[in-house]
Design a protein around this ligand. Sequence first.
Ligand code: NDP
Length: 392
Amino acid sequence: MSTVLIIGAGGVGRVVAHKCVQNSETFTKIILASRTLSRCEEIASELPSGTVHVESVDADITADVVELIKKVGADIVINVALPYQDLTIMDACLETNVPYLDTANYEHPDTAKFEYKEQWAKDSAFKEKNLMALLGSGFDPGATNMFCAYAQKHYFDEIHTIDILDCNAGDHGYPFATNFNPEINLREVSANGRYWENGEWIETKPLELHMPWDYPEVGIKESYLLYHEEMESLVKHIKGLKRIRFFMTFGESYLTHMRCLENVGMLRIDEVDHHGQKIIPIQFLKTLLPDPASLGPRTTGKTNIGIVAEGIKDGKPRKVYIYQIKDHEECYAEVKSQGVSYTTGVPAVIGAKLMVEGTWNMSGTINMEQLDPDPFMEEMNKQGLPWQVKEL
Ligand code: NDP
C-alpha cells in the first residue's frame, strides 16, 4: 500500500501516471499535481476513472508542496516538473519525512549550468532523517548509470573508459521541435561540451567533437559530444575509470535551426526589453515551438541509448555495449507519449517502485550507480524497456 505524489504533468509526467496505474499493486493511490490543473485533468481522463487524483501546486514554493504532501499523505514524491524545482521539492520532502526521486539535476533558471552540488549538499539532512533522495532516475541520467553499475558488477574487474551513446532517430515531421522541454533541451545542447579524462574535466566548444556510431536497429548516426550530468556522479563511483564521454545524435535540420536561433539571440536566458515589456527570449521561443507532449501521435522511428565500457576482466581486455531500443509508435500506443518521455518516465516509476517496496533502501542523496543494478535491470525488462548486451 503506497500513495505516490507525482509533481509535473508534462510529457514525462503523463508516462509516469500511466505506468503507476499499470503498477497499481505497488502504487495504491496516485496523485498527479502540477502548476496547471487542466494538464493533470487531461492525463487523468486518459486513465480508468478514479485511478489518478489531480491537484494543482506551485512547486517553486516549498510551503505549498509541504501542504500538498500532508494533504494527500504521500509515501513518495516523484518530481518530474522542471530541474528548477528540485531544491524546493527536496526541502518539502525533508520537512514531511517523505522519500524523494527526480530525473534531472538542479539548474538555476538564470544560469545554464547544471550540477549536483546543491542537491548533494542536502545529503546529511536526508541521512539524519533516514530518508532516501534518489537523484536522476530517468534514462540518461538513470538507466545509463544502471548500465554502468551492471557492467561493473557482472562484466569487469575494472572499467577504464565509458562512452554513453544517446540516439533518438525519431521523426516528428516538424522542421524543428524538441522532444522534451525546449528550454532545458536547448540550454543543454548549446552549452560548451565537457568530458572527463585522467581526473580532469576537458572543455570543448558546443558540438565541436563528433563521431559516427553504428546504433543497432537504427544505423550509423553522427554523434556529438555534450556534457551530461550523469558523468559527474559516475566519475566518483566507478572505480579505475580513466575517461568518460557522452554523445548524442542530432539531425542536420535540428542543428541548423539551433545555430540560427542562437545567432539571432533567441536562446538568450536573460531578460530583454521588448516594446516596454520584459521577455526572456528562450521562454518566448518555448511558447512558439510545438509542445513536446504533442509530438506523440506523429513521431515514428526508434531511440537507442546505451553505454560502451572498456576495461579488464580476469587480466584480459574486454569491451561491452549495453543498450536499449524503443519504438516511438509503440510508446504512443501504450501511454500516449513519444519515446523520449517514455524512456524517462518508466525508469522513474521503476526507481519509485524499488524504493517503496524496500528493495532499494539507503539514506541520503543517492545516485543510481550506488545501488544494486540487478533489480532495476530486471524491472526494465518487465516494464517495457528490454535491454541487450553485446561483447565488442
Ligand atoms: P515538460 O515541460 O513537458 O513538463 C514539465 C511539467 O512541470 C509541466 O507540467 C509544468 O507545468 C510543470 N511545472 C513547471 N514548473 C512548475 C512549478 N513551479 N510547479 C509545478 N509544476 C511545474 O517537461 P518534460 O515532461 O519533458 O520533462 C520533465 C522532467 O524530466 C524535466 O526535469 C526534464 O529535464 C527531465 N528529463 C529527464 C530525462 C532523463 O533521461 N533523465 C530526459 C528528458 C527529460 P505547466 O504545464 O504549468 O508549465
